[in-house]
Write a new protein. Structure first.
Length: 127
């Protein structure tokens, strides 16, 4: 199960800026262009490190061109960890169509709770 997104991927640094998110400054993390089972470990380590160092993380998934369920699992686990630690993890923007299709194929959209719908899509499900 791999999602392929045809927008040009930006190979720039994964962390790009701090931005105000409510009362907190959010660390913006540009997710790598490829996050699959064979490439997820370095990104998972970086994300865990960033969650330890910052109270608010915002993931920018716009550069993701190839992904599989390992990206979805990592984001879900990081989201739960952030909640347990009293921190915030959110997406910079709703997922693009290829990631929405991956969420659908992986079963994440079956009877999706409103909190998950708001997290992945910032509100309404794509049509």
């Amino acid at each position: 199960m791999t999602a392929v997104y045809n927008e040009p991927a930006n190979p720039a640094a994964r962390r790009c800026r701090l931005e105000r998110m409510g009362e907190r400054m959010a660390q913006i993390i540009l997710v790598p262009a490829t996050v699959t089972t064979s490439s997820v470990v370095p990104f998972a380590a970086d994300l865990a490190s960033q969650l330890e160092q910052h109270d608010a993380i915002e993931l920018d998934l716009s550069a993701v061109a190839e992904a599989d369920v390992s990206l979805l699992q990592l984001v879900c686990a990081a989201r739960r960890q952030a909640e347990r630690d009293g921190k915030s993890l959110r997406l910079a923007m709703p997922v693009h169509d290829a990631l929405a299709a991956l969420l659908e194929r992986a079963g994440f959209l079956t009877d999706i709770p409103s909190a998950d719908q708001n997290f992945w899509f910032h509100g309404d499900l794509p049509r």
